[in-house]
Design a protein around this ligand. Structure first.
Ligand code: GLV
Length: 332
């Protein structure tokens, strides 16, 4: 029986899973992200920590939580946790892959369609009482999506789910840049492996699906925007810092690209003030890639199950720090 701290409100089902195992739970019932000092105070003496992607769990926090054995992140991304530090301290870290793949790919298309066909603007137009008659030269003419070229950066599970929608639903040509070639994407969706520069120059739409690492930070910089088509639309549902937001604002202002549809931001929850003003070419969403009721519930339950297994000393199904796992196996 262990004590677990949960950094934010969760579904009842999560608590049920943990309580059924006899664990004691303490929850931050507010919607507030706890500053490190408060988080440490609440999590002190606990063996398990269930956290969200906006809780920063670094080595300083870990050092102040010597009882910690398992960190279960309710997210597929885990750039908020120092994995090396956790591994060095023998702390298991888990995430929630797979269950949000299709939901996130759906949102990519919602954003892509919204930006290309200018849906948010059209919605505002109607609400402002401006829809007087149908016109051939409608003020909200957008651009076509079908048969266009979609560039996917990072062809993991979500990238492939996006490629499926693009080719099967919209007859798009899919090109991709990834750390390795993806046979399934090439065979099933005809995705073509290209260099990053080729992807930038050939794509009508670019969708980002890489994790945030030192390598991918600001992958989309002034230099990258200069290589893109001036009709291109950038979609980011991965992590904000992969895009240099200031460079993006400049690129849109200078007409280097047509626009962007963003679900993630460099400094969430703050958003570059210029992006907020760009109602004509920018669609914004508050990091809702996985935000369907079904998926969020699946993610949270998966996180609870990871926690249960980790606390039993088993290998949790979604262990992130594999090195820790192999060390444990060699020690057996
Ligand atoms: C969402 O951004 C996630 O990483 O799950």
């Amino acid at each position: 029986m262990a004590e677990i701290f949960i950094t934010r409100r969760v579904f009842r089902g999560v608590i049920d899973i943990l309580e059924k195992e006899g664990h004691t739970i303490d929850i931050n019932e507010s919607d507030r992200i706890l500053p490190a000092r408060e988080l440490v105070k609440r999590a002190h003496g606990k063996t398990g920590l269930i956290c969200l992607l906006n809780d920063s769990i670094d080595s300083v926090v870990m050092d102040k939580l010597p009882s910690l054995k398992v960190i279960s992140n309710i997210a597929v991304g885990y750039d908020n946790i120092d994995i090396v530090a956790a591994t060095q301290r023998g702390i298991m870290v888990t995430n929630t892959p797979g269950v949000l793949t299709e939901t996130t790919a759906d949102l990519v298309f919602a954003l892509l369609l919204g930006a290309a066909r200018r849906i948010p603007e059209a919605d505002q137009f109607i609400r402002a009482g401006k829809f007087k008659n149908w016109q051939l030269l409608q003020p909200h003419m957008g651009v076509d999506i079908y048969e266009k070229t979609l560039g996917i950066v990072g062809m993991g599970a979500i990238g492939q789910a996006v490629a499926k929608r693009a080719t099967k639903g919209f007859d798009m040509r899919v090109i991709y840049f990834s750390s390795s070639r993806k046979e399934r994407a090439e065979k099933e969706f005809g995705a073509e492996f290209v260099t990053f520069n080729e992807l930038l120059s050939l794509s009508n739409f670019i969708s980002i699906h890489v994790p945030l690492t030192e390598k991918t930070k600001h992958m989309f910089s002034t230099e990258a925007f200069k290589k893109m088509k001036n009709t291109a639309i950038l979609i980011n549902t991965a992590r904000g810092p992969v895009v240099d937001e200031t460079a993006l604002v400049e690129a849109i202002k200078d007409g280097q690209i047509r626009g962007a549809a963003l679900d993630v931001f460099e400094e969430e929850p703050s958003i570059h003030p210029e992006l907020i003003k760009m109602e004509e070419n920018v669609v914004l969403a508050p990091h809702i890639g996985s935000a369907s009721i079904e998926t969020r519930l699946r993610m949270a339950k998966m996180a609870a199950r990871n926690m249960v297994q980790g606390l039993k000393g088993n290998r949790p199904p979604n262990l992130v720090n594999k090195r820790l796992d192999s060390r444990k196996e060699t020690n057996k």
